[in-house]
Design a protein around this ligand. Sequence first.
Ligand code: ACO
Length: 311
Amino acid sequence: RADALQQAFDARIDADARIEPQDWMPEAYRKTLVRQISQHAHSEIIGMQPEGNWISRAPSLKRKAILLAKVQDEGGHGLYLYSAAETLGVSRDALLDALHAGKAKYSSIFNYPTLTWADVGVIGWLVDGAAIMNQVPICRCSYGPYARAMIRICKEESFHQRQGYENLMAMMKGTAAQRAMVQESVNRWYWPVLAMFGPPDADSPNSALGMRWGIKRISNDDLRQKFVDATVPQAAILGVTLPDPDLKWNEERGHHDYGAIDWDDFWAVVNGNGPCNKERLATRVQAHREGQWVRDAALAHARKQQARALK
Ligand code: ACO
């Protein structure tokens, strides 16, 4: 019977059909989805912090309203993703406990500081741009709840990317000091954004199965290349220089060549030693603790409703 279930699962994957929560699935498939979806959810809620720092210092009411909406969207993305993970039989509390204990991963990119207002624009343009590049293929992921969550997330990310680019455009049309601020920000974020796509394919232990199972549709290196190719013309229109002396068009490959990524720095950040890891985690733990009364109240309300319904 186990063989028959495995065969039925493999046939569904081969036919590019969706796997739903009630379907049988191999334990390793379930585990890899819980791993990826929870890391993704954690990234969304930790990702509220770097830009959240600028809400009270936004340069105008319009920019403040946009930023507030954007940061709130990221919180919402986390919630859809925790819900998708819960369909695999894990509890949100357990996932959050792992995050708060420093045992769970989240995207390396959110461990860098936001030093200037230009960082808000650059996060929208480059970080959210990279996120879209990575997440659009996940809309076709074999696991139904994850794929469906990604559709709305990608639409919202697209707004985030555009607001960032538009913010930078306005700054580039401003003073020399504003233009310098944008360039300095691009210089700091560009390389960590390229590393966001994950280790090179040859050093990516989860890729083979992720691909086989239709969770991952495009490899880390291929997505990185697509991102570089898309970013070069955007940088030219904006009028900024990408900080890579080796960046050049390769006619033969039909792609841009680019310089070497500092993978030692990437792994240091992933392993907890980036510039802001400790601060990000401490802020998250504190926010969770301070939100305890809200969860208690929601639970008490639900219990009251339930008791009334039973009467
Ligand atoms: N930051 C932190 N950890 C990373 C990163 C990164 N940028 N890239 C890879 N890793 C980790 C992986 O999670 C994996 O760790 P684990 O085995 O302990 O779980 C390890 O490095 C090796 O990487 P891969 O074998 O390449 O892992 P995987 O096949 O899962 O690919 C990727 C990594 C591309 C991030 C994939 O998990 C993915 O597409 N996730 C969904 C998208 C996502 O999480 N985006 C978050 C940032 S975008 C945003 O929130 C705005």
